[in-house]
Write a protein that binds this ligand. Structure first.
Ligand code: KG4
Ligand code: ZN
Length: 357
C-alpha cells in the first residue's frame, strides 16, 4: 500500500510517499520490483523543507516563526512529494501525520492539513507519535541496506534535539519508555554548547566533526547518566559546566580549544549512553539494539553503540544518515503499522505538545 506521511512537529516541513507491503499481503507485481524477504519497504519520495536557516538567526527554534513557515510550505511540500513519487491522492491508501509530541502550533499545521486532505479525499487518517516515527525509520533502512528486516521486540535508544529516551519496543505499536532525560535533550545540549562556542545553529553535526579532531581527556565532566538506579539522564549540568568553562576562558582572553571541548562533551555523552544501556540490559533479554533520532547521525555515538551491541551479542540498527533527522518517510513507515493495527484517527483528532510513546 502507498502511504502519504506528513511531518511538521519542529522546524522541518516534510511529506513523503512510502510503499509498504508485507509477505502476508498479495503483492502487486508492478510495485514490488525488489521484494525483501517477501516484504516491500520503498521510499518513493521524501521532501524536506528545513527552516534551519530562518531559526539560525536566533540561535534556536522560534515556535511562532516555525508555525508560520509550516503554513507557507505544507501544501507545496505535500504536492511535490506526490509528484516526485509519480502518484496522485487517489493512489494513497492512508495518510499518516505526526500529531504528538512537539511544538503545538507547528504540530497543528500538519495535523489540520492532513485531516482536511483525508476527509476531502476519503482517505483513512493515522496519527503518529514522533518518537515512534524516529524508531520506524529503521524499518525503512532494512530495505535500503538489503539487511535482514528489523522486527520487534528490541531495545531503542532515541536521541534527538527534543528527546532522549530508552524504549522497550515490544511490538510495532506497543512500546514503553524505561528511561528519559529529566531536563535537556541530548541534541539540545550539543546545540547549546555549540552556540556558545560560536558555531552556527544547529551545531550538533559540527560538534561531531570537531570531536574527531580533539582530545577527549581535555575536560573532566560529570556523567549525564543520573546515578540513582534509574535509566534516566540529565544533560543540563553537563551543558552548564561546559558553558561556564567557555565563559571562563573568554574572560581570561584565552583561546577556545573547540575541538577538545567537543571531544570531551562527546565522550561524556557517549559514556553516559553506554552506562545506561548496560543497565537497561540487566534483567532484560533483548537481541537487538536500535538507535534513532537526529543525534543518531553522530558518528561517535553510532560507533560506540554498534560496538556495545556486538559485545552483547545483539544485532544493531541505526537509520541511514538521510533518515536520522526529522522527515516524513519515517512517519509514513510508522503509520503503516498503526494502520495495520487498526489505529485510525477520526475528525476529532487533536495535537499534543507532550505525550507518552
Ligand atoms: O530528530 P531531529 O531532527 O529533531 C528532533 O526531533 O528534535 O534532531 C535534531 C537534532 C539537533 O539537535 C541536531 O544538532 C542533532 O540532531 N544532530 C546531531 C548530529 N546531526 C544532527 N547531533 C550530534 N551529532 C550529529 N552528527
Ligand atoms: Zn525528531
Amino acid at each position: 500500500m502507498l502511504i502519504l506521511g506528513i511531518e511538521s512537529s519542529c522546524d522541518e516541513t516534510s511529506a513523503s510517499v512510502v510503499e509498504m507491503y508485507d509477505a502476508d499481503v498479495e503483492l502487486n507485481d508492478k510495485a514490488c520490483d525488489k521484494p525483501l524477504n517477501g516484504n516491500v519497504r520503498r521510499i518513493l519520495s521524501n521532501v524536506i523543507a528545513s527552516q534551519a536557516d530562518v531559526h539560525a538567526l536566533y540561535g534556536g527554534v522560534v515556535p511562532e516563526i516555525a508555525s508560520r513557515a509550516h503554513t507557507e510550505a505544507i501544501s507545496s511540500v505535500t504536492y511535490s512529494a506526490l509528484e516526485e513519487a509519480g502518484v496522485s491522492l487517489s493512489d494513497i491508501s492512508a495518510i499518516g501525520v505526526t500529531n504528538r509530541p512537539g511544538l503545538i502550533g507547528a504540530l497543528l499545521v500538519g495535523e489540520c492539513f492532513a485531516k482536511s486532505l483525508a476527509v476531502s479525499n476519503d482517505i483513512p487518517l493515522v496519527a503518529v507519535h514522533h518518537i515512534r516515527g524516529h524508531i520506524a525509520a529503521n524499518y525503512l533502512s532494512d530495505a535500503a541496506n538489503g539487511k535482514e528486516a528489523l522486527k520487534p521486540p528490541f531495545l531503542a535508544m532515541v536521541v534527538s534535539g527534543g528527546h532522549t529516551s530508552v524504549i522497550e519496543v515490544n511490538s510495532y505499536t506497543d512500546m514503553k519508555t524505561i528511561g528519559r532525560t529529566r531536563d535537556d535533550a541530548m541534541g539540545e545540549a550539543f546545540d547549546k554548547i555549540a552556540r556558545v562556542m560560536g558555531l552556527p545553529y544547529p551545531g550538533g553535526a559540527m560538534m561531531d566533526k570537531l570531536a574527531g579532531e580533539g582530545d577527549p581527556s581535555y575536560l573532566k565532566l560529570s556523567s549525564a547518566a543520573i546515578n540513582d538506579g534509574t535509566l534516566d539522564f540529565s544533560f543540563s549540568g553537563l551543558k552548564t559546566n561546559v558553558i561556564n568553562h567557555i565563559h571562563n576562558l573568554e574572560q581570561k582572553g584565552l583561546p577556545l580549544p573547540k575541538a577538545d571541548i567537543a571531544a570531551s562533551v562527546t565522550k561524556c555523552v557517549v559514556d553516559s549512553v553506554i552506562k545506561k544501556l548496560t543497565m537497561a540490559l540487566e534483567g532484560r533479554d533483548f537481541k537487538t539494539l536500535v538507535l534513532a533520532g537526529g543525534v543518531s547521525a553522530n558518528s561517535h555515538l553510532r560507533k560506540a553503540t554498534e560496538q556495545f551491541a556486538k559485545a552483547h551479542d545483539m544485532s544493531f540498527f541505526a537509520p541511514p544518515l538521510s533518515l536520522c533527522g526529522d522527515n516524513a518517510a519515517m512517519i509514513a513507515s510508522q503509520a503503516y503499522y498503526e494502520y495495520k493495527a487498526g489505529n485510525l484517527a477520526g475528525t476529532d483528532l487533536n495535537a499534543y505538545a507532550v505525550a507518552e510513546v
